[in-house]
Design a protein around this ligand. Structure first.
Ligand SMILES: [Zn+2]
Length: 91
């Protein structure tokens, strides 16, 4: 097993979906994603985000929107609550 620098791959997933990578680099990235469950989840999340944005008829979504959706998906996948929107329990 070679080292898995997943953070680096995840950061390049955005470039992959934006078709900004060269063919050789894209093949390397796809090969890693195919064999790495962690990166597969990230890739699926990114695909999900893009599907949502397409449905919203947003051609060039603001980076802030994309990051917000991505953050929400990450929270959902982690199975945790949403701290920013957690209901107050104080009387
Ligand atoms: Zn990985």
């Amino acid at each position: 097993m070679k080292d898995c620098d997943c953070n680096d791959f995840v950061s390049r997933l955005f470039a992959l979906f934006d078709a900004e990578l060269e063919a050789g680099e894209e093949a390397t990235l796809r090969a890693h994603v195919a064999g790495c469950p962690d990166c597969t989840r990230h890739a699926e999340a990114e695909e999900h985000i893009r599907a949502i944005l397409r449905r919203s008829c947003v051609e060039n979504a603001p980076e802030t929107l994309r990051m917000r959706v991505h953050a929400q998906l990450t929270v959902l996948r982690l199975g945790g609550g949403m701290p920013a929107f957690s209901p107050r329990t104080t009387p």
